[in-house]
Design a protein around this ligand. Structure first.
Ligand code: THU
Length: 130
């Protein structure tokens, strides 16, 4: 199954009763294993988590720490854009040239990269004097 199809499938499990905006994410780790995540909202709104965060948590729990490719899908009019926090979370585990596929449920896709989504990202180099 393609990463987009994996993301589409896990999106069905999204828990989004407040926004009604279901999101699915799937990533392939360097090991070849695929991990999925969906958004999980909470009545205390800031406690909700994004699909990408869920997929990353599953990846780390599964013993992987390198993202080779990632895909995100939602029922949006244009390919869904990861939030700022998720861009930083993805950048923690992915090189700048890692492919990111953003998709709509209608089959529109947009291919981009981690570096294009988060130019000038904060990384450990900035803490080299600490
Ligand atoms: N959301 C994600 O899960 N990923 C994104 O890339 C964008 C936004 C979720 C968070 C919240 O549950 C809902 O979409 C509306 O913001």
């Amino acid at each position: 199954m393609s990463l987009i199809d994996e993301a589409r499938k896990v999106r069905e499990n999204a828990y989004a009763p407040y926004s009604n905006f279901n999101v699915g994410a799937a990533l392939r780790a360097a090991s070849g294993k695929v991990y999925q995540g969906c958004n999980v909202e909470n009545v205390a709104y800031p406690e909700g988590t994004c699909a990408e965060a869920g997929a990353i948590a599953a990846m780390v729990a599964g013993g992987d720490t390198t993202i080779a490719e990632i895909a995100v899908i939602a029922d949006s009019p244009k390919p869904v854009s990861p939030c700022g926090g998720c861009r930083q979370k993805i950048a923690e585990f992915a090189a700048g040239d890692v492919q990111v596929t953003l998709a709509t449920m209608d089959g529109i896709t947009h291919e981009t990269t981690v570096a294009a989504l988060l130019p000038g990202s904060f990384d450990a180099d900035y803490m080299s004097r600490s």
